[in-house]
Design a protein around this ligand. Structure first.
Ligand SMILES: [Zn+2]
Length: 437
């Protein structure tokens, strides 16, 4: 799924795997969670059995990440080097001169080849989730989600790749710029419709007000404290418990589809004070405009990214034209090469992405602590213990290496978040809170 096309990839990052949730996207353990204890939560700690599991999972995850990246690059290299792309191009050209009809043959062949080759690794990842109790999703349901995701990726990638090759053909010097602004418009449109059209394909949503009106009442105190009202019908409950055991909430959508989503697992496994803190964190993303900031940052990053892609693709085309049977850069055969270059660029730029995301998440943590201050009896403890619960359920490793955090973590490590929540107290020091005065 990662190697779709530059802009489908951006879609997937932004939409299918919302990064603005309170949790890291690692699923959870079916564990009993201790209720808030009288002793304050000063640090993130795990009992020995969970620590052993979290440690094993951390090391396994690190290995799988590297294997996954190398393997996906090797797949693209093989497709180019073994003449598979050239053969698919020849088949596509048999349908006639119409480029869109050719795309309808070439892109699905290419994408399905990649997906089939990546299937064993993806299935292994899911089996790990099941084995560690992070996921409770059966294989049938998992496979169905995979197929639905594949269908969406195929539709997006077919249009994107058709458009890209057309632009390269029409505007050999400026295609990167045109592809950039068109992609950006599509990303905004996609984010606007995804909560309504795409997300319900994977999970069930219902108005939070319907099942948890008291919680919505409590939440309204929080939104009033923040001086901003999020309409009740913009708050949704997601039935995550059918698939995972961890807790989370997120903000998604754009314009009329902008909304806050709380997983039902959060309400089941966290106290009301902790749920309010989680909501406060998500509200931080909402009122601090993190979606718009994220889209803007992506657009800026892609502007440079597509320009670099343009320069590198010129070089790579000249270098590998004969070996990979490419007739010109707009040839279908060059598509996997463009994907390969873009993938390498994504790996290299990952730390920028992660660092940016960690900063936004930290800001949302600050906001969540501030907006629940005076509503939760002990807002710092609700935050700190909320993170403790989250970490236990997700089997978050307490002591990740700084390099791994720098490169991959889109949220601050859970130990840092617990400590920060426990210590953040501008009020007793007579300092001004950062966001909620
Ligand atoms: Zn967040």
């Amino acid at each position: 799924m990662k190697l779709v096309s530059s802009f489908a990839l951006l879609f997937l990052c932004l939409v299918l795997f919302p990064r603005d949730g309170v949790a890291q996207n690692s699923a959870p353990a079916a564990a009993s969670v201790s209720q808030a204890t009288p002793a304050p939560t000063t640090a993130y700690t795990l009992p020995p059995d969970k620590l052993a599991k979290a440690t094993a999972l951390y090391h396994l995850g690190s290995k799988l990440r590297i294997i996954g990246v190398v393997y996906s690059l090797l797949i693209l290299l093989a497709i180019l080097h073994l003449g598979i792309a050239a053969r698919y191009r020849d088949w596509a050209e048999k349908v006639g001169r119409n480029r869109f009809f050719q795309a309808l043959v070439f892109v699905p062949l290419l994408m399905l080849t990649i997906s089939v080759l990546e299937l064993p690794l993806n299935a292994y990842r899911h089996s790990i989730g099941l084995q560690y109790g992070l996921s409770v999703q059966g294989w049938g349901s998992w496979f169905r989600d995979l197929l639905v995701g594949e269908g969406i990726s195929l539709a997006v990638a077919t249009v994107a790749i058709w458009g890209l090759t057309k632009l390269i053909r029409k505007s050999p010097q400026r295609w990167w710029f045109h592809f950039w602004w068109i992609s950006t418009i599509f990303v905004v449109l996609y984010i606007s419709v995804a909560p309504i059209a795409i997300d319900p394909l994977f999970n069930k949503f219902e108005p939070l007000d319907k099942s948890n009106p008291q919680l919505v009442d409590a939440i309204e105190k929080v939104t009033q404290r923040g001086g901003l009202s999020i309409p009740r019908d913009r708050m949704f409950l997601m039935k995550a418990s059918e698939k995972v055991t961890t807790l989370n909430a997120y903000v998604t959508g754009f314009g009329p589809s902008k909304r806050v989503v709380v997983w039902d697992t959060t309400i089941q496994k966290a106290s009301t004070a902790e749920t309010l803190f989680v909501f406060g964190h998500e509200m931080g993303h909402y009122v601090l405009n993190h979606i718009v900031i994220g889209i803007t940052a992506s657009a800026v990053g892609l502007f440079f990214g597509f320009y670099i892609l343009y320069r590198l693709s010129g070089w790579a085309f000249a270098r590998f034209q004969n070996r990979w049977h490419m007739r010109e850069l707009s040839d279908w055969t060059a598509v996997p090469m463009l994907m390969l270059i873009f993938s390498i660029m994504s790996i290299v730029s990952q730390p920028i992405d992660s660092t940016f995301s960690r900063q936004l998440e930290h800001n949302a943590d600050v906001y969540g602590l501030e907006v629940t201050h005076g509503i939760n009896a002990d807002s710092q403890e609700a935050g700190a213990h909320g993170f403790q619960v989250l970490g236990e359920l997700s089997l978050s490793y307490p002591d990740p290496s700084q390099l791994v955090v720098f490169w991959y973590y889109d949220h601050p490590p859970i130990s840092d978040r617990v400590r920060f929540a426990h210590e953040y107290d501008p009020w007793s020091k007579g300092e001004a809170p950062k966001y909620v005065k």
